[in-house]
Design a protein around this ligand. Structure first.
Ligand code: DC
Length: 216
């Protein structure tokens, strides 16, 4: 029988990459909850909604349709914005909108509804603690800020983007601080989550380790 897997951890820990690989191998569906906060931030920035105005952001969410396809493409109100939500500007804006309690409540409700049928690998910050507290497997993936920044740096270079390693380290530290110090659902390991420090692990090693943790 299918189960739900909660995969939490700080920014750029490689959660999405691992979740995609596992989903493919297990024939599960990957749900990237961070992308939902990114869509909200993207729409607010593009429609002039003040990120700090919680009520306005919530009203906007109620008039928004986020469609996450199983091939990883993401549609916001019918428009493909898969890559557009991955910029540094949107990362910071998503971190800001995700601090609002009511914004979280609206997105958490959507995430819980989606996962009702099981067979999901959901990655985020509060999956094991809030969204799926009864998930059959909870993994908390960490890596040092330097290791995470270095991966992002190499990824940028491989795509031909300009990249400044020390700036990436600084941004990752800043987002870690924001995500762990916000009042509502801060990034926190669930008590029953298994911690995986992936600083010195390859993608294959992490996937294999999580497969070993799956309940029979
Ligand atoms: O995982 P990500 O970098 O795409 O997430 C973008 C932002 O959204 C990040 O600052 C943390 C926030 N987030 C959250 O608060 N809760 C989640 N379940 C997922 C992401």
């Amino acid at each position: 029988m299918a189960i739900n897997i909660a995969l939490d951890g700080p920014s750029a820990a490689g959660k999405s990459t691992i979740a995609k690989r596992l989903a493919k191998q297990l024939n599960y569906v990957h749900l990237d909850t961070g992308a939902m906060y990114r869509c909200v931030a993207y729409k607010a920035l593009h429609t002039g909604v003040d990120l700090k105005d919680e009520a306005a952001v919530c009203k906007m969410i109620e008039e928004t349709v986020i469609d996450m396809k199983s091939d990883g493409s993401i549609f916001l109100d019918g428009k493909a914005i898969t890559n557009e939500i991955r910029t540094d500007e949107i990362s910071m804006a998503a971190s800001h909108v995700s601090a609002h309690k009511q914004v979280r409540a609206l997105l958490v409700a959507q995430q819980q509804k989606i996962a009702e049928n099981k067979g999901y690998i959901m990655d985020g910050r509060d999956i094991g603690t809030v969204v799926l507290p009864h998930a059959e497997l909870k993994v908390f993936m960490t890596a040092s800020a330097e290791a995470r920044a270095n991966r992002r740096h190499l990824e940028n270079l491989s795509k031909g983007f300009e990249s400044d390693l020390s700036q990436i380290i600084e941004e990752i530290r800043q987002r870690d601080w924001q995500d762990t110090h916000r009042e509502h659902s801060p990034l926190k390991k669930a008590e029953d989550a298994v911690v995986l420090d992936t600083s010195d692990m390859s993608i294959d090693e992490v996937v294999k380790k999580i497969e070993e943790l799956l309940p029979l």
